[in-house]
Ligand binder design. Structure first.
Ligand SMILES: N[C@@H](CCC(=O)N[C@@H](CS)C(=O)NCC(=O)O)C(=O)O
Length: 229
């Protein structure tokens, strides 16, 4: 039975969620056939019988798994004969570190793209997004993104320096070929690329060249997705 990925969608059906992109890359890496089902923020509670608070959510023949890390480990354990996402126990530990590093990058990326993202959401999602995020930030979306764009982009570019340093040495975060750590970071750049015209990476940045390689994987799967830059 084909695996179903519940995937966050914007107003023009942009599939913009970083965590959903991680899962999409992971499924492609493993060569597993899957279909996506677009969902809006406000539809998440209704996914697969209810109880889900976030996407991605995977339905693998009736087995429902939420949370991108849980999905990655599920896929790794359930499909051991397909290409490994982690490359063994040490690789899994490295991937878990990168998974948690994403919690530092995510809020900084969001500050850069926040108002563009809001404008591109399905209108049915906009009031939910505004209300939930303003509660989280303790201020309006506009106040949260009030610093000059230059400053916000500079902060983001500085925080990804550890990845840049690795990519000066090797083509992918995981070495000669991509593994889950690459999908984690590329997922967040897909978030930006899908929903904001702001070029979060300079073209002479080693991360930019790496991201181009990520866009080319799996027959250009990510490159073909709706994008702003
Ligand atoms: N830890 C979760 C986080 C996923 C997550 O934050 N998803 C966001 C979309 S990118 C979401 O579904 N948010 C629901 C909401 O804000 O109501 C994972 O890695 O899957």
């Amino acid at each position: 039975m084909t695996i179903i990925l519940y995937d966050l969608a914007g107003g023009q059906d942009q599939r913009f969620s970083g965590p959903c992109w991680r899962t999409r890359f992971a499924l492609a890496h493993k060569g597993l056939a899957f279909e996506t089902r677009p969902v809006r923020f406000t539809q998440i509670p209704g996914i697969a019988g209810g109880g889900q608070k976030t996407v991605p959510v995977l339905d693998d023949g009736g087995r429902i798994i939420g949370d991108s890390w849980a999905i990655a480990t599920y896929l790794e354990e359930t499909y051991p004969k397909t290409p490994s996402l982690f490359g063994g126990a040490q690789g899994r530990a490295y991937a878990l570190f990168i998974n948690n590093w994403m919690n530092v990058i995510g809020p900084l990326m969001l500050k850069v793209i926040l108002l563009d993202l809001y404008a591109r959401l399905d209108p049915a999602d906009q009031s939910y997004f505004r209300e939930s995020r303003e509660k989280r930030f303790g201020k309006t979306l506009e106040a949260h993104a009030a610093e000059p764009m230059e400053t916000r982009v500079a902060v983001l570019r500085a925080v990804v320096e550890p990845a840049r340093a690795v990519l000066r040495e090797q083509p992918f975060l995981s070495g000669a070929a991509p593994l889950y750590p690459d999908y984690l970071l590329a997922g967040y750049f897909m978030w930006a690329r899908s929903m904001s015209p702001e070029k979060v990476l300079a073209e002479d940045d080693p991360l930019y060249a790496w991201f181009q390689r990520m866009l080319d994987l799996f027959g250009g799967m990510a490159r073909k997705a709706p994008h702003e830059w």
